[in-house]
Design a protein around this ligand. Structure first.
Ligand SMILES: Nc1ncnc2c1ncn2[C@@H]1O[C@H](COP(=O)(O)OP(=O)(O)OP(=O)(O)O)[C@@H](O)[C@H]1O
Ligand SMILES: [Mg+2]
Length: 247
């Protein structure tokens, strides 16, 4: 398959003290591709995402976004963070700002949009993720699923080149998980480039083009979902799947 690479990691290494948390990571994500990252707790999934957004520095290797090495600081770094939208387990909305203000803020500050334009776009996006009627509320007045959809709208408002999701549904009550996954599936269908850390295997099977399995800071398998789930080759992946597919 010919890929048009958007995110490239080459021989990326990182330690936390003695712990070698990213070990020779090579990963290329093509434009429009959806990659699900799974693996045991502590295997480095969050660190991998954070490194792509430069929330963590790396010690060696290279990370390239859309043909350019990640910027180190200043305005280019702020633009990188806008170009690579990130959605976390905890929604990280500003508690003292309304939903609309949360979605508009980055657009005016980083993208330099006029407030009216930003608000118009924010309302469109809130509509797209199904929370248009919540625009004037504060985050605490929303359900977890609604807050997470606002967080997705906020990232999309920056017109990112790619979106990173780090366990976006792990903190949600079961009945709210699907409404967030549906928004993510739609985004995938619309052609967004996505890296998604999740334990939602249904999402991986239906929306991902590839599954990357990590263990102990390494990428152990990198396969299409069907092959990975029906025929994992490594013992680590077999063991992991037998545990999570039991629930
Ligand atoms: N800031 C930090 N300082 C020191 N150690 C850290 C730091 N952040 C993460 N670690 C350690 O690095 C390892 C990888 O952490 P990471 O959060 O990337 O794992 P993960 O795969 O996302 O796990 P989980 O599934 O529990 O979210 C863990 O052992 C963790 O304790
Ligand atoms: Mg994590």
């Amino acid at each position: 398959m010919a890929v048009d690479p958007l995110i490239e990691l080459r021989e990326v290494n990182k330690h936390f003290g003695e712990l070698h948390v990213l070990q020779d990571i090579d990963l290329t994500v093509g434009r429009g591709e959806v990659v699900v990252v799974i693996g045991p707790s502590g295997s480095g999934k969050s660190t991998l995402c954070r490194a792509i957004n430069r929330l963590e520095t790396i010690e060696s290797g290279e990370i390239v976004l859309d043909g350019r090495p990640l910027p180190e600081e200043g305005k280019p770094l702020a633009r990188l963070r806008a170009d690579v939208g990130m959605v976390f387990q905890s929604f990280n909305l500003f508690a003292h700002k309304t939903v609309l203000q949360n979605v508009s803020l980055g657009q005016t500050k980083v993208r330099g949009r006029r407030k009216e334009d930003a608000d118009r776009r924010s309302r469109e996006l809130l509509d797209r993720v199904g929370v248009a009627d919540q625009a004037d509320k504060y985050p605490a007045q929303l359900s977890g699923g609604q807050q997470q959809r606002v967080a997705i709208a906020r990232a999309l408002a920056m017109e990112p080149k790619a979106m990173l999701f780090d366990e976006p549904t792990s903190a949600l009550d079961p009945e709210m998980i699907n409404e967030v996954l549906e928004v993510m599936k739609q985004l995938a269908r619309d052609g967004m480039t996505m890296i998604v850390v999740t334990h939602e295997m249904g999402f991986a099977r239906s929306a991902a083009g590839r599954v990357v399995f990590m263990a102990d800071g390494r990428i152990v398998e990198d396969r299409v979902p069907d092959e990975f789930f029906t025929n994992p080759t490594s013992d680590r992946a077999k063991d992991f799947l037998s545990k999570i597919l039991k629930h």
